[in-house]
Design a protein around this ligand. Structure first.
Ligand code: HEM
Length: 417
C-alpha cells in the first residue's frame, strides 16, 4: 500500500466521512501529521446521539515514541475518565468498558483477578479447543459450498473467536448467536448498518450484562470446568469479583476478544492474497516464521485504531504542552506506520523484526491487551489449518469495510478456493 499525498489542513480526523475514505488516503493523512505536525489538536464530532454534548477536543498522538510514552505513564495519563473520544457518563463507560476504563487501584485489583483466567496454563488448555474449532470451520467450507466460494468473514473469521470465548467462559452453544448479535451492535456503533441509536447500544449492553451476571452467579454457586468459574472463585488479598463486576468484564471480554480477532484474521487473509510472495514465505516455514507473520498482520491491519487517555496534570508530550484534563488520543494505526521506527512501514513483511514492537495490542503499560497471546494463537492456528487443508483459499475483490474511527473492521469479503 502506498499512502496518498494528503495536504495538512485538507482533512479532519473528527469528520465521520474521513473514516469512509480509502486506507491509502487515511494513512496518507497520518503520514502528513507525523511529518509536519506530530501533535495536533482536533475538535470533537458529536457522538451517535445528540443527548451527549460535544466534548472539548483532543490531542492526536501519532508518533510511535509518543504513544509509548502516554501508554506507559498511567499516573500521568488516566483511563478512568474514558477511553473513547466522546465523553460518556463514567458509570456507562465502566459498564461497557470494565477495567479498560479504570485506573489503579481498581484496575489493578480487577486485572489481578481476571488474569487468573489467562495464565499460560489456561491459554494452553484453550489451544486444543482452538484447533478443533479451526478444523470445524474448514470442514464446513469443504462440505457446504460446492461452488467453492463464500463470505470469508461470516464463514471463517467470525465464528471462531466468538466460539472460543464462549467455550472458555462456559456459554452453551445455543446462546452464541445472541451473544454475536449483541457484540455486533456494541462494536458497530456509528456504522448505520448495525446500529443507529444510543438506545440500541444500551439495550445490547444491558442484555449482555444480565446474561453474564446470571452466568457468574451460577458458577459462584456451582463451579464447573470453565473460566467463569475460575474468575468467580479467584481471590486476590481475600477479595473476589462480584457478579456485577463480572457482568461488565464479560462485555469487555466478548467485545475486545471477538471482533478484534475476527478482523485480524480477515485482514490477514486479504493481505496474504494480495501479497502471494509473503504467503509463500510464511507458509513454506510456518512454525519458523509464525511469530513475526502474526504480529505483522496485527501491525499492518491495526484492528483497534485508537484508545484515549486524559492528562492528570500539566505535562509535555512530543514537545507540546498539555494541560491537566485534556484528552490525548493514541492513534495506533499511525504509530504502527511510523517511518522513524519501522523500515518501509507500508510494506507487508512477514519476516519483519519484532523490535521495535508493533502497538496493535497496545504499547505496553497496565492496560496492554490481556488476550494478546490467545489472539496470536487463534490467528496462527486458523492460518495453519488453511495452509494444510485449503492451500488455494484466497479473497476475491475488495473487502467491504466497517465505517468506524475505532475498529478497523471488515464486514464482508468474498473468498474462493
Ligand atoms: C487481534 C486481536 C486483538 C487486538 C488487536 C486487541 C487489541 C487491544 C488493545 C489495543 C487493547 C488496549 C491496550 C492498552 O490500552 O494499552 C486491548 C485491551 C484488552 N484486550 Fe485485546 N485485542 C485483541 C484480542 C483480544 C482477545 C482475544 C481478548 C480476550 C479474549 C482480549 C482482551 C482484552 C482485554 C480484557 C483488554 C483490557 C485490558 C486492561 O484494561 O487491563 N483482546 N486489546
Amino acid at each position: 500500500m502506498t499512502p496518498a499525498d494528503v495536504a495538512l489542513g485538507s482533512f479532519d480526523l473528527s469528520d465521520p466521512l474521513f473514516w469512509t475514505t480509502s486506507r491509502e488516503y487515511r494513512e496518507g493523512a497520518f503520514q502528513t501529521l507525523r511529518n509536519e505536525q506530530p501533535m495536533s489538536f482536533w475538535e470533537e464530532f458529536e457522538f451517535i446521539d445528540p443527548q451527549f454534548p460535544r466534548g472539548p477536543g483532543y490531542w492526536a498522538v501519532v508518533n510511535h515514541e509518543d504513544v509509548w510514552h502516554v501508554s506507559r505513564n498511567p499516573q500521568l495519563f488516566a483511563s478512568g475518565r474514558g477511553v473513547n473520544i466522546g465523553d460518556l457518563p463514567i458509570e456507562i463507560a465502566e459498564f461497557f468498558g470494565s477495567m479498560i476504563a479504570m485506573d489503579d487501584p481498581r484496575h489493578f485489583r480487577l486485572r489481578s483477578i481476571v488474569s487468573k483466567g489467562f495464565t499460560p496454563k489456561e491459554v494452553a488448555r484453550v489451544e486444543e479447543y482452538v484447533k478443533i474449532k479451526a478444523a470445524g470451520v474448514v470442514d464446513r467450507l469443504l462440505s457446504a459450498f460446492p461452488d467453492r466460494e463464500c463470505d470469508f468473514v461470516l464463514e471463517v473469521a467470525a465464528p471462531m473467536p466468538l466460539q472460543i470465548i464462549c467455550e472458555m467462559m462456559g456459554i452453551p452453544q445455543e446462546d452464541e448467536d445472541q451473544i454475536f448479535r449483541w457484540t455486533n451492535v456494541i462494536l458497530g456503533a456509528g456504522d448505520p448498518e448495525f446500529t443507529s441509536t444510543f438506545e440500541d447500544l444500551f439495550a445490547a449492553g444491558m442484555g449482555m450484562f444480565q446474561y453474564a451476571q446470571a452466568l457468574g452467579e451460577d458458577r459462584l454457586a456451582t463451579p464447573r470446568d470453565d473460566l467463569t468459574s475460575v474468575m468467580m472463585h479467584a481471590e486476590v488479598d481475600g477479595d473476589r469479583i462480584s457478579p456485577q463486576e463480572f457482568g461488565s468484564f464479560f462485555i469487555l471480554l466478548v467485545v475486545a476478544g471477538n471482533e478484534t480477532t475476527r478482523n485480524a484474521i480477515s485482514h490477514g487473509m486479504h493481505l496474504l492474497t494480495i501479497h502471494p510472495d509473503q504467503r509463500e514465505l510464511w507458509f513454506n516455514d510456518f512454525e519458523g516464521n509464525n511469530r513475526t507473520a502474526v504480529d505483522e498482520i496485527v501491525r499492518y491491519s491495526t484492528p483497534v485504531i485508537y484508545f484515549r487517555r486524559t492528562a492528570m496534570e500539566d505535562t509535555v508530550v512530543g514537545g507540546q504542552k498539555i494541560e491537566a484534563g485534556q484528552k490525548l488520543v493514541m492513534w495506533y494505526n499511525s504509530a504502527n506506520r511510523d517511518e522513524k521506527v519501522f523500515t518501509e512501514p507500508n510494506k507487508f513483511d512477514v519476516l519483519r523484526s519484532l523490535q521495535p514492537a508493533q502497538v496493535g495490542f497496545g504499547s505496553g503499560g497496565p492496560h496492554f491487551c490481556l488476550g494478546a497471546n490467545l489472539a496470536r494463537r487463534e490467528i496462527s492456528v486458523m492460518f495453519n489449518e488453511i495452509r494444510l487443508r485449503m492451500p488455494t483459499l484466497h479473497t476475491v475483490g475488495e473487502p467491504d469495510y466497517l465505517q468506524s474511527n475505532f475498529i478497523h473492521g471488515i464486514k464482508r469479503m468474498r473468498c474462493a478456493w
